[in-house]
Every structure is written in C-alpha cells, then in structure tokens.
Design a protein around this ligand. Structure first.
Ligand SMILES: NC(=O)C1=CN([C@@H]2O[C@H](COP(=O)(O)OP(=O)(O)OC[C@H]3O[C@@H](n4cnc5c(N)ncnc54)[C@H](O)[C@@H]3O)[C@@H](O)[C@H]2O)C=CC1
Ligand SMILES: O=C(O)[C@H]1O[C@H](OP(=O)(O)OP(=O)(O)OC[C@H]2O[C@@H](n3ccc(=O)[nH]c3=O)[C@H](O)[C@@H]2O)[C@H](O)[C@@H](O)[C@@H]1O
Length: 448
C-alpha cells in the first residue's frame, strides 16, 4: 500500500490542481462531499476570484457552492504548492490539455508543469489522480516522472479518473455523475477513490474499475463517439437538404430507438468547445503513433464533416447576400460554443463570424454571457449590448448559439429594426412558422 491511511478524526484532505472549468467544479464538488479542499491555480485573476467565492467562468449553480464552502473554511485556493504537498491525502490534476499548435496532438505541458512543481515537495506516500483528458499511455509516464522527481519515490502512485462533465451542467454532473471510472494499479488506490466518491456511489452511481490505459481510452472514446454522433446527424442534414426531408423530425424518430437515443443528435453548426474538437484530434494523433489506422480513417471524416458545417453556413450567407459583402451588415446571435456557458474556445459562432468578416461584411455579435471572452478572442468584430441592438440595420441574421432568449425574440419587433428580414437558424431551434408568418425569409440547414 503506497498511500497513508486517513486518521479517523478528520475528513479527507483533497488538493485540486488547475481550477478553471474542470477544476473549479471539482474543487467545489469535493467540498460539498464533505472534504477539506485546497485548489491550486497559477492564474492570478482566477485565483483572486475563486478566493472571493466567485467562479472565474459562467457556470450555473457554481457560485453559490463556492461561496458556501469558501465561507465555511472548507475550501480555499492558493498558488503555493507547499501548502498542498504533504498536506493532501489525494491530489487531483485538472489542468488543461489543449491541442498543440501546428499539430493534432495534445499539449501535455501543463500536466508536466504540475509534476515539476509538485514532485520535489512530496516526501510522504500519496495518491495523485489525473482527471485531465490525456492520450492513452500518459498516466504511466506521469507516474514514472513523479517517482523519479519526488523524495518519496515509488511511494507516489498515479491513478487516472477521467471526468465526463458538460459545461452548463458542471455542478450537477460533478455531484451526480452518470458513472465513475477508476483507472488504478492497486487496491489501495481503488479504496481511496471509493472513499472520495462515497456520496455518489451511495446514490447508486456505477463504478468501473479498470487499468489506467482503459480509463484513458474510455474518456477519449466517449468524446470521439459523441463527436461521431453529431457528425452523423449533420451528414443526415445534408441528405435532408438534398431531398426536402426534415432533420429535426428525423432525429426525433431515430432517438426513440433506445439503442440510438436522442442525445447528441441535434444537427447544427457542428460541435465546438474546449474539448470535443481537440480531444478527437488528439485521439487520432495517438492512434497514428500506435499505428491504428482504422481509428484515424473513421475519425478524420467525423472531423471533416464538422468543419464543413461551418463552411455550409458561410455558403448559405453567400446565397442569401450575393457576392459583394462590402457595406452589408450581418448579425451573429451567439458567441459561446453552446448555450449555458461563456466558453468561446473553438466556437462555431465566432469562427463563422470571423470568416464572414474576412469576406468584407460588417459583423455584429451579441451573446448573453460570452461577450468578454468573445471580445478577447475576436477584437475586430463589432459587439452590441442586446440582440435587438445587434440586429439594427442587418441584411442577414445568423442564429448560431441556441440561448433560450433568442427563442423569445419577437420576429415582428425585430423586423422593424433590420434592413432585410432574412434569418439563418443554424441551430434549428426557432419556430419556423412564426418567423415566416411575420414576413421573414427563414432558412435552417437540414429543414425544408
Ligand atoms: N471543460 C470541461 O468541461 C471539461 C474538461 N475536461 C478536461 O479537463 C482538463 C481541464 O479542462 P479545462 O478546465 O477546460 O481547462 P482550462 O485550460 O480552462 O483550465 C486549466 C487551468 O489550469 C491552470 N494551470 C495550468 N498549469 C497549472 C499548474 N502547473 N498549476 C496550477 N494550475 C495550472 C490554468 O491556469 C487554468 O486555470 C482538460 O484536459 C480537459 O480536456 C474534462 C471534462 C470536462
Ligand atoms: O471532455 C469534455 O470536456 C466534455 O466534452 C463534452 O461536453 P461540452 O464540451 O461541455 O459540451 P457538449 O454539450 O457535449 O457539446 C459539445 C458541442 O457539440 C454541440 N452539440 C451538442 C449536442 C448535439 O446534439 N449537437 C451539437 O451540435 C454543442 O453545441 C457543442 O458545440 C462532453 O459532452 C462531456 O461529456 C465531456 O466531459
């Protein structure tokens, strides 16, 4: 047994390293489970916000949880690894694993930086648990580095416990996960993880205990499958456009088959965000290193279909605006990669907005929560304070993120502010009849 046992008179001590989308939810969730938690964050702005009990991002329900537990003293955040090193019973790694610039592979520099900062301080047996999404084979390498660099040497054990939370549902998915996957090497690691997740396990959450490569592949495989489902329905949307069929009804009918299920079958501008696109590419890159060609062939097409969805909206814009876009105003409703978050990483909405601007149109964007992040990433786009203001003088409106408030827009009122009442509902979530009855040209790729 490599890890020490927890004294019966105190709660488990948990460190969570890297506290943005994944880590902030994890840290708050661990405090809610009743443990003493220290989050480690190197970004000063995020650290300050978290210590004030505010999430550094928009995630429904997270602020109250952070506030409760930072005020009770059960949860705090630091940038000093010395405070967690020999303090924590379990260290969770939640740092980013973005796509490497100029390559499909995952950039593991943040994970490696955790090892470099934490390992030299570990003098006692402990369990380090990776929750970041990594290529298969990573945990063994991380463990080897910990054991080489830590004074405690081989008494440091690394497990991998991938996380499946969705942004906008982060709190609920953290507290009530649909499954737990423990990639472990020892019974001690398994029993420590069972202690950490005792609450959801008592609630009936299934646990899969497996070796570390399996756990790493479960995560990559899950995201690859979800991406494939979305690209499948988007390919069906092309079939619908060619035949006059309706992809939303098609998805509903397919989804009633329990073997298929309705989840991840909404056609639209394709998947974006900080995870599915980069995880799919990292999976392909790793398959390439290992020499599993079938995976690359399959997933390359999934990725290509996804990229074509964005081009499809630009093509439709051409069809509706004509060829000369100079002096033409295009409104983009939505900047986040999906509704319910302020995350604009690889957002289809901002990508399309940027491309249309490059063609010469003036593009004005409005999003209920993601304006600050959007401005940072795309400073040359115009931004408006409301959907109605964004639509003033528009020759074309593109509905690219499915925020509920866009479904509440009154097409009659909006008609009075635009130049031409033409809308592309790329999210297929507006009521076509209402918009058409109000005199709008309504187009939705995949719907007649
Ligand atoms: N965003 C999500 O909903 C989910 C993300 N994941 C995976 O979790 C990981 C993290 O994802 P995000 O939170 O979205 O990434 P992120 O990039 O938004 O956050 C990473 C955080 O780690 C901090 N950090 C980097 N190096 C550090 C170090 N050495 N010490 C302390 N802090 C450090 C960064 O400052 C940043 O705040 C990724 O592998 C991602 O694929 C998994 C499930 C859900
Ligand atoms: O690894 C991760 O980080 C996470 O990635 C996704 O979660 P997330 O990126 O938050 O968002 P999703 O709700 O899965 O949506 C991803 C993208 O697909 C799009 N999408 C989703 C569903 C759908 O039916 N159609 C569709 O186009 C969304 O608009 C969005 O752009 C997975 O759903 C999580 O299980 C996983 O933990």
């Amino acid at each position: 047994m490599t890890q020490g046992s927890t004294p019966a008179d105190r709660p488990l001590r948990i460190s969570v390293i890297g506290t943005n989308y994944l880590g902030a939810n994890t840290a708050a969730g661990m405090a809610e489970f009743g443990f003493d938690v220290i989050g480690v964050e190197i970004d000063e702005g995020r650290l300050k916000s978290l210590n004030e009990g505010r999430a550094p991002l928009y995630e429904p329900g997270l602020d109250p949880l952070l506030k409760t537990h930072t005020e009770s003293g059960r949860l705090r955040f630091t940038n000093d690894y010395r405070e967690i090193a020999d303090w924590a019973d379990v260290h969770f790694i939640c740092v980013g694993t973005p796509q490497t610039e100029g390559s499909d592979a995952a950039d593991l520099s943040q994970v490696n930086s955790v090892v470099d900062m934490l390992a030299p301080l570990l003098t006692q047996p402990t369990l380090v648990v990776g929750r970041s999404t990594v290529p298969v084979g990573t945990s063994a390498k991380v463990e080897q580095r910990f054991q080489t660099e830590a004074p405690a040497g081989t008494a440091i054990e690394v497990a991998w416990q991938p996380e499946f939370l969705r942004e906008a549902h982060g709190v609920d998915d953290t507290l009530r996960p649909d499954r737990l996957v423990f990639g472990v090497q020892s019974e001690a690691a398994e029993s420590r993880l069972r202690e950490v997740f005792a609450t959801p396990i008592a609630d009936g959450t299934p646990v899969v205990v497996c070796n570390r490569p399996t756990a790493e592949l479960v995560k990559g495989g899950a995201n690859a499958f979800l991406a494939t489902k979305i690209s499948f329905i988007n390919a069906m949307a092309e079939m619908c456009d060619a035949t006059g069929a309706d992809v939303s009804q098609l998805a509903d009918a397919l989804g009633f088959d329990k073997r298929i299920g309705r989840g991840m079958l909404n056609a639209g501008p394709g998947y974006g965000g900080g995870c599915l696109p980069k995880d799919l590419r990292a999976f392909m890159a790793r398959a390439g290193e290992i020499g599993v060609e079938e995976v690359i062939t399959l997933l390359r097409e999934v990725d290509d279909i996804n990229r074509r969805r964005r081009s499809r909206i630009v093509d439709l814009t051409h069809e509706l605006l004509g060829t000369d876009w100079v002096g033409r105003n295009v409104t983009v409703l939505g900047a986040a990669f999906k509704a319910g978050t302020d995350d604009v990483r690889d957002s289809p909405a901002l990508d399309v907005a940027g491309r249309i601007q490059l063609h010469g149109a003036t593009v004005t964007v409005y999003d209920p929560e993601a304006m600050d992040n959007a401005r940072r990433v795309r400073p040359t786009l115009k931004y408006a304070a409301s959907a109605v203001e964004a639509c003033a003088g528009a020759h074309l409106v593109l509905h690219l993120t499915e925020w509920p408030e866009f479904r509440e827009l009154d097409p009659n009122q909006l008609k009075s502010v635009v130049d031409s009442p033409v809308i592309v509902d790329a999210r297929l979530s507006l009521d076509a009849a209402t918009w058409r009855n109000a005199g709008w040209t309504y187009r939705a790729p995949g719907k007649p």
